[in-house]
Design a protein around this ligand. Structure first.
Ligand code: DQA
Length: 148
């Protein structure tokens, strides 16, 4: 099982950025937490972050060429604007889980739109960085044929 974890703009500033929404854990700590979680489950994980929309599209396409079984993506603000990311996930047909650290549904109106959601098998919001681990487990359950 190979999973690509893709983070969008400003997520490299975790720990510094608006801690009331995103907590105090740094991006490096998040990556270490994801790697540990995957190691314990025998999952091969690739973690990537970019502030640039086209680079995120490229990474989704690389997941296809690398034969990834799943994608976990937090597109950051591109969630609310990017048809290109939606099209990329549709194009590769890899089961994808959308993650948001904060409870976007309880925030501003402009955060209520998610273009990418239409191409995702699940969305996890408001669980802090544990949401990434939940997303990985969701992909593992889907692989094992469990839906509960
Ligand atoms: C976010 C929510 C987005 O609205 C915001 O632009 C982000 C982070 C989250 O993880 O809660 O950059 O995706």
């Amino acid at each position: 099982m190979k999973i690509f974890v893709i983070n969008g703009p400003n997520l490299n500033l975790l720990g510094v950025r608006e801690p009331a929404h995103y907590g105090r854990e740094t991006y490096d700590e998040l990556v270490e937490k994801i790697r540990r979680h995957c190691r314990e489950r025998g999952v091969d994980v690739d973690c990537y972050q970019s502030n640039h929309e086209g680079d995120l599209v490229d990474r989704i396409q690389q997941a296809y060429y690398a034969g990834a079984d799943g994608i976990v993506i937090n597109p950051g603000a591109y969630t609310h604007t990017s048809v290109a990311l939606l099209d990329a996930v549709k194009a590769v047909s890899i089961p994808t889980v959308e993650v948001h650290i904060s409870a976007v549904e309880r925030r501003e109106d402009f955060r209520q739109v998610s273009y990418i959601r239409a191409a995702c098998v699940a969305t996890i919001t408001g669980h802090g960085t544990d949401g990434y681990l939940m997303a990985i487990d969701r992909l593992l359950e889907a692989r094992d044929g469990r839906t509960d």
